[in-house]
Write a protein that binds this ligand. Sequence first.
Ligand code: HEM
Ligand code: HEM
Length: 163
Amino acid sequence: MRRHFLIRCFHWVLAVGIVVNYEFLESGGEPHEWLGWALGALVLLRIAAGFISRGDASFAGLNLSPRLVLQDLRSLAGTYPEHENHSAAGSWMIVLMLTLVVLLAITGWMQDLDAFWGEDWLQNIHEWLAHALVALAALHVLAVVFIQFGHGIPLLRRIGFGR
Ligand code: HEM
Ligand code: HEM
């Protein structure tokens, strides 16, 4: 089932925005800061929607049971069932990626404060949060592609590819 139009828009703006900010914009330049702010704001809206909405955006659709995460990972190697909503592993992935964007916006903002101006440790934390986010996103894409083509479960249409 396709996700709500706003979820699909959110997904692609976030994905493209993160790649552009990580890979293409001068680190710490104005465009980098503005795009980072915009993505941070977008994710805060998404989180608010998660608590308010009763539809596709609702966080009630997440399943954060640690036991089910192990089961999901095991079933990747065997028979993978289609989840009506998010799998537990997928739910954790979503929570972690959204959290990392918020932490990037916070550590980005802190770098502009007089109190932390030019602090190496803060720059390093910001940088490692960005590496972690991109590594998780890569894992997320690999998992989606593997579930779609290895297990024949149509995940891609949820975010807008095909019918
Ligand atoms: C930097 C790149 C990416 C990031 C940060 C990212 C992040 C996310 C997030 C946060 C969600 C949850 C959406 C929500 O409920 O609001 C999601 C869902 C999803 N993403 Fe990505 N994504 C990225 C790239 C991709 C790519 C390239 C693909 C396809 C090849 C993809 C496939 C999916 C699918 C199929 C879902 C929906 C799963 C479902 O609703 O059950 N993502 N992604
Ligand atoms: C999705 C959001 C963001 C991503 C993926 C991201 C990623 C990065 C990366 C990879 C670097 C390079 C680190 C290095 O090589 O030293 C960097 C640097 C920097 N970012 Fe961000 N960032 C984001 C948001 C922000 C925001 C919101 C701000 C500020 C408002 C910000 C301010 C900075 C600054 C000042 C630097 C330069 C640090 C230095 O001199 O090493 N970033 N960011």
